[in-house]
Ligand binder design. Structure first.
Ligand code: OSB
Ligand code: MG
Length: 375
């Protein structure tokens, strides 16, 4: 067995689970409805310490082009065998092993994020400190799934009254202007945004011009998931800032989008972009363009939610994120700590690493697969 260099962490074991949590409210977006959040949960072990992360890939490739089955197999057969039994002194030493593989951003993110948690715990520091963040709490809004206009108005008013600092409405063709008009009428002063999840084309420019009349903070991902160029064309035709989500998977993508004015706001999801290191580079390149970023979400359990919250403590997170209270999603979470916002502020978990701990008894009841991998 090779000796572990001082200060390095030798990855002795990995546990890969598939977990399913029923959602309190089914979540509908332009691409479909989710009733249960099904996700892979990875634990890396070294020196008696555990680091955790979840993958944000959906069972089927409908949000982006990664899927649970495809990515899980890649993690199991390629990424984990690459790192098991090897030693890493920092996430920067792990990254070169992941970087050469094309695509699989979500799979790589899960491995990288679990190592960040492990590393932070080995140093006895909160993850945010190692990422360079200082905030004790982060500003949050809510993302409301597609429902009837009446239901959405009621939910928007309710969440606004709870103090959420921005209300995001999911839209799709045929479910847009009347919805935004009704919510704007009910909440004349609120920070409102819409997210189309790639469901429109440039032929719909008229709808986006009409949305200019409602004072939205931004319009999230109106056009195709893989098309930065058309977003630049649309931005040239409308006044409301465009925010990109699906289109941005790297700092290079972000640089190209910002250079061509395809976006004036950036949604960062650490699980979408390959991990914390790349998320931070996206944060930095956006700051260089004086473009604000905010932290997106993928209905994560407490593990992914905690990672997101730590990341959102960095200074260029200048708009409220989607990391709202866990109780909005799940009746019971797989972590012991309650991740709950008050007055639109989500406290950053304290304690080493991501600052949350698994509720193993409950986790066992919602786990459909467990695999233990060793070198
Ligand atoms: O586009 O931001 C998105 C959820 C699943 C897939 C895509 C998106 C979302 C959300 C929910 O908007 C954000 C959250 O509350 O976690
Ligand atoms: Mg989005």
């Amino acid at each position: 067995m090779p000796a572990t260099p001082p200060g390095a962490l030798r990855i002795e074991e990995a546990t890969l689970r598939v977990v399913g949590l029923p959602l309190v409210t089914p979540f509908t977006i332009a691409t479909g409805t989710m009733t249960d959040k099904i996700f892979p949960l990875l634990t890396l072990r070294a020196d008696g310490i555990e680091g955790h992360a979840e993958g944000v890939m959906d069972p089927l490739p409908d949000y982006l082009d990664e899927s649970l089955v495809g990515s899980l197999d890649f993690v199991r057969t390629v990424l984990l065998p690459q790192i098991l039994g090897r030693s890493f002194a920092s996430p920067a030493e792990l990254e070169p092993l992941l970087a050469p593989w094309r695509g699989f951003y979500m799979a790589k993110a899960m491995v990288e994020m679990a190592f960040w948690d492990l590393w932070a715990k080995s140093l006895g520091l909160p993850l945010k400190t190692l990422l360079g963040g200082t905030r004790a709490a982060v500003e949050v809004g809510v993302s409301l799934g597609i429902a009837s206009v009446e239901q959405t108005v009621a939910r928007a008013v309710d969440h606004h009254a709870q103090g959420y600092r921005r209300i995001k409405l999911k839209i799709k063709p045929g479910h847009d202007l009347a919805l935004v008009r009704a919510v704007r009428q009910a909440l004349p002063e609120a920070h409102l945004t819409v997210d189309a999840n790639s469901s429109y084309t440039l032929a719909d420019t008229g709808i986006f011009r009409a949305l200019d009349g409602f004072g939205l903070d931004y319009i999230e991902q109106p056009l195709a998931w893989d098309d930065i160029h058309d977003h630049a064309t649309l931005q040239g035709r409308i006044a409301t800032p465009i925010c990109l989500d699906e289109c941005l998977r790297s700092a290079a993508d972000t640089r190209k989008a910002l250079q061509t004015d395809a976006a004036r706001v950036v949604n960062i999801k650490v699980g979408r972009v390959g991990g914390h290191a790349e998320a931070r580079r996206i944060h930095d390149v956006s700051a260089a363009f004086d473009v604000p970023v905010w932290c997106g979400g993928m209905l994560e359990s407490g593990i992914g939610r905690a990672h997101n919250i730590h990341l959102a403590t960095l200074p260029n997170f200048r708009k409220p994120g989607d990391t709202s209270s866990a109780s909005r999603y799940f009746t019971r979470d797989i972590v012991q700590e309650k991740l709950e916002a008050t007055g639109g502020l989500m406290p950053v978990p304290t304690g080493p690493g991501i600052g949350v701990t698994l509720d193993h008894d409950f986790l066992q009841t919602v786990t459909s697969q467990v695999e233990r991998l060793r070198p």
